[in-house]
Design a protein around this ligand. Structure first.
Ligand code: HEM
Length: 408
């Protein structure tokens, strides 16, 4: 790890300081790297000219209290041409007033009340998957559990055929690299190609909804589009692709990373089995401890001070959510996995007006998965040497071979 310190009151010396996005050790073993960065340069200027914040307080300030947005002061998404920016219409890439309009159109489907209608379907599906692997004594925690649950809920919400889940997951993981163009220039071509395939796929479904109206989110968005100028054709397509990207990978990561935690900390798994009402608090601790989305981005609209360093207007600033979640000023003994901790809120869903719209859905999916796993099985043993990571900007395991015992 490189150890250079800030040179003076404002001049941060650019460097990766141990957190180089292309370092292959970063996904399997991120926390020592982020701890180092937090200690040596919490307000960090990277060699590619972007800034990164790793302290809890600075990240809260950026997301909730700074004058900033997703685009720069002339409305461009960093790293994109005017043409590309004009074509980007998913709500997470928009600023007000368009952001509010798009978010309002889909948000009804994401309230805890609307989601509760899906709960029995997800519970039955998890039970069926676990019945299927039960007699084997082995399973892949990704393909047999983590992928199935969010795929079922996203497919049901968007009206996408469940059989296509593997193909969609692959495409979606490549699309995530668009969120960090400067750090991953070599993957942009693949990422663009994946978007084109997804767009073709969604266009067919949208046309079907036009011919046969439906009550899923896609059907509702088509109706919204047709009932006035509230949603353009492009906006409609991009909300549907964006929702798939935002909802699928992230939750696969939550459930898979959570099961990794339970296998590494079996006492916590037993605590959950003995007291299933801890399931929601366990979900929060998994989100804090091993978040699937390590970063989010804002562009500053005025010079802003973070920890004594002034970052200039128009700079791109990454919030290292994964690092904030282990900030010792906000979490007691942050490297301890404790499903009953109930402390300050983690940063894994971001903050401010872009706070994750699917947080309730993600929590419900993971709650069901963890509850059923702990009720049926004990002693989940994973083969650490054979964990594979999906090719994604996010921290998503692609495969986790595991053995388990039945709970008697
Ligand atoms: C564990 C699972 C999930 C994690 C860790 C996660 C994380 C995040 C993060 C970090 C952001 C950016 C927030 C910001 O910049 O302040 C975000 C935004 C968003 N997420 Fe999630 N997410 C998850 C699941 C979901 C699900 C299941 C959906 C549903 C489809 C979803 C839909 C969205 C949407 C629509 C946005 C953009 C909101 C806006 O711009 O207003 N997410 N999510």
């Amino acid at each position: 790890m490189t150890d250079r310190l800030n040179d003076g009151d404002n001049g941060a010396v650019p460097g990766w300081y141990g957190v180089n996005p292309n370092d292959t050790d970063l996904k399997p073993n991120p926390h020592p790297h982020y701890k180092h960065l937090r200690q040596v340069q919490p307000v960090n200027l990277t060699p590619v000219g972007e800034w990164r914040l790793s302290n809890y307080e600075d990240i809260q300030k950026l997301l909730k209290h700074s004058h900033s947005g997703m685009r720069d002061m002339v409305g461009l998404i960093p790293g994109e041409t005017r043409e590309q920016t004009n074509a980007s219409k998913f709500m997470l890439r928009m600023d007000p007033p368009d952001h509010n309009r798009l978010r309002n159109l889909v948000s009804k489907a994401f309230t805890p009340r609307s989601l509760s209608t899906m709960r029995p379907m997800i519970e039955a599906l998890v039970a069926a998957e676990l019945d299927r692997v039960s007699s084997q004594g082995t399973m892949d925690l990704v393909s047999d559990l983590a992928l199935t649950v969010p795929a079922a809920s996203m497919c049901a919400m968007l009206g996408v055929p469940f059989e296509d889940r593997h193909k969609l997951t692959e495409l979606v993981s490549l699309v995530t690299y668009r969120l960090a163009k400067q750090a991953y220039p070599h993957l942009q071509e693949q990422s663009e190609a994946a978007i084109m395939v997804l767009a073709q796929y969604m266009l067919v479904l949208i046309e079907e909804r036009r011919a046969n109206p439906s009550t899923d989110i896609l059907g509702q968005l088509v109706t919204a589009e047709e009932s006035g100028d509230r949603l353009t054709n492009d906006e409609l397509l991009q909300q549907s692709i964006g929702l798939l990207v935002a909802g699928l990978e992230t939750t696969i990561g939550l459930i898979a990373n959570g099961m990794l935690c339970f296998s590494r900390y079996p006492n916590e798994f037993e605590k959950l089995a003995a007291n299933p009402s801890l399931a929601l608090s366990a979900v929060e601790e998994c989100l804090r401890f091993e978040p699937s989305v390590p970063i989010t981005l804002r562009v500053l609209w005025e010079d802003t001070q973070f920890g004594g360093v002034t970052i200039p207007a128009n700079a791109s600033v990454y919030a290292l959510l994964i690092s904030a979640n282990r900030d010792p000023l906000y979490f007691t003994d942050p490297d301890r996995f404790d499903i009953s901790r109930g402390e300050a809120k983690h940063c894994s869903f971001g903050g401010g007006i872009h706070f994750c719209l699917g947080s309730h859905l993600a929590r419900m999916n993971a709650e069901i998965a963890f509850q059923q796993m702990s009720k049926r099985f004990t002693a989940i043993e994973i083969d650490e040497a054979h964990i594979q990571w999906a090719p994604s900007l996010f921290r998503i395991p692609g495969s986790i071979p595991a053995r388990f015992q039945h709970r008697s």
